[in-house]
Ligand binder design. Structure first.
Ligand code: NAD
Length: 462
């Protein structure tokens, strides 16, 4: 057990203002592995003041220099990837291989993409008789969740730095260790003091203080819709910019002409990865009624193979929540064909990979984000029915379409109310804008679209 001290503020680890601590627990076995300080309003204020003081110089830094710092950051993240992977596995519970490829690997790609964008982006453009300047928004308050703990921090920090903003990050209480490691990486990359600051702490205390701070110009939040709504209200009330990356209930639409086995197997893997704790997971599989039973059998067989290889969920609350949803699914008439609500292990926050058949669109398990390894398989009659079901939730973050013919899949994807659609198993693209339609959020992350979130425009007329 390691007791960590300090907050990363103004380029150094300085003692926290209060004496409260947060215990970090390994979800696989419930051991307390570390403590970190629980930041207070004073810590947040000190961090925001440091970010404000560092803003003029960083905003005036030539983009090529910001690009060089981001490239250095990418290199540090790459050099420390093993330590990053082990840290995420210890505090999130994800299998080490997933931690290596995704939790440690994706942030390297994203940091690298912003090194390149900072160097190449047109921060000035000519429109008729005007020159339009794309200037940094200012001081950013970033509040991040635990499910992809480093990715979420980098997906906000890298574009903010590329834009010339300074920032304060408040990471999730469950996963503060990789956030601390990231602060060390920022330091090692030579990013000037005060440009990046880290305050660990509880959401309703440190998170809220950051969202409410009058000197924060933009709040960027990823997490639950409930908290996102509150943060949106605070920011709007103070006329601050706000970006919200919230939940999802994405549809995996398998059209009759698709390769069923491939679509089902990739679909199940998509849901079970990271123990289902992915906001963009395809948690609703939509299958034509003629191929429904075959799909259910394939899905049950695929899920059955996972056992406890998927890793636990993050904490006891999340485990209980997921199990509660599994019980609710049964109570509302859905049929469990794999997994179930019982605990597969005595210690740790384990949930069985679960597949529900006979799910109808209005059931709770087809409407609400479960954030666990639970897949609902729904039946549709024809394409219009599939579209109604796919679009029939309050969310619209991601999705998938499978068809024998790519053009057929694209035609369906065009009609979906959602921010991303993978066609026949399309690969993750770190440059593609990521974000929600409807209640899945406001704004976009990643690539050039993610960069513009951190810019504001000024027009000079000639
Ligand atoms: P959460 O929304 O409570 O936490 C996300 C972040 O917000 C954390 O850093 C937290 O400390 C902070 N926070 C909490 N309350 C706050 C407040 N009042 N003011 C400011 N900041 C606050 O999410 P959670 O409890 O960790 O997870 C609950 C559910 O949220 C999950 O089951 C899932 O459905 C959803 N979720 C979605 C995502 C996503 O990527 N979209 C990520 C994590 C969780």
């Amino acid at each position: 057990m390691k007791a960590h001290d300090g907050m990363y503020i103004d380029g150094t680890w300085r003692p926290a203002a209060g004496s409260g601590v947060i215990e970090v627990v390994n979800p696989a076995d419930e051991e307390v592995i570390a403590t970190v300080p629980a930041g207070t309003v004073e810590d947040v204020d000190a961090a925001v003041r440091a970010a404000r003081a560092a803003l003029p110089a960083w905003a005036a830094t030539p983009p090529a220099e910001r690009a060089a710092r981001l490239a250095a950051l990418r290199d540090v993240l790459l050099a420390r990837r093993e330590e990053i992977a082990e840290t995420v596995t210890a505090e999130l519970g994800s299998p080490l291989k997933l931690s290596q490829t995704v939790h440690a690997g994706v942030p390297v790609a994203v940091a690298g993409s912003y090194a390149e964008l900072a160097a190449t982006y047109a921060f000035e453009e000519r429109v008729g008789n005007s020159t339009v300047l794309h200037e940094p928004v200012g001081v950013v308050g970033a509040i991040t969740p635990w499910n992809y703990p480093l990715h979420q921090i980098v997906a906000k920090t890298a574009p903010a730095l590329a834009a010339g903003c300074t920032l304060v990050v408040k990471p999730a209480e469950d996963t503060p260790l990789v956030a601390r490691l990231f602060a060390d990486a920022v330091h090692e990359a030579g990013i000037p003091a005060g440009v990046f600051n880290l305050v660990t702490g509880l959401g309703p205390v440190a998170g809220q203080a950051l969202a409410e701070h009058p000197d924060v110009d933009l709040v960027s939040f990823t997490g639950s819709t409930a908290v996102g709504r509150r943060i949106g209200a605070i920011a709007t009330g103070m006329v601050k910019r706000v970006a919200l990356e919230l939940g999802g209930k994405s549809a995996n639409v398998i059209l009759p002409s698709a390769d069923l086995s491939r679509a089902v197997n990739v679909g199940v893997a998509n849901v079970m990865s990271n123990s289902g704790q992915t906001c963009s997971a395809w948690t609703r599989m939509l299958v034509h009624r003629d191929r429904y039973e075959e799909a259910v059998e394939l899905a049950a067989a695929a899920a059955g193979k996972y056992g406890d290889r998927i890793g636990p969920v993050v904490n006891a609350r999340q485990r209980d929540r997921v199990r509660g949803y599994i019980e609710k699914g049964t109570a509302e008439g859905a049929r469990i064909v794999a997994g179930g609500p019982d605990a597969p292990r005595e210690k740790g926050y384990w949930v069985r990979p679960t597949v529900f058949a006979d799910v109808t669109p209005e059931m709770t398990v087809a409407q609400e984000e479960i954030f666990g390894p639970v897949l609902s398989v729904l039946r549709y009659d024809d394409e219009d029915d599939a579209l109604r079901i796919a679009n029939g939730t309050v969310y619209g973050l991601a999705g998938a379409v499978w068809a024998g013919d790519e053009a057929e899949a694209v035609a369906f994807a065009r009609r979906m109310d959602t921010g991303q659609v993978d066609i026949n198993g399309g690969r993750f693209n770190p440059l593609a804008p990521f974000g929600g339609y409807k209640q899945s959020g406001v704004g976009r992350e990643l690539g050039a679209h993610g960069l513009t979130e951190y810019l504001q425009t000024k027009s000079l007329q000639f």
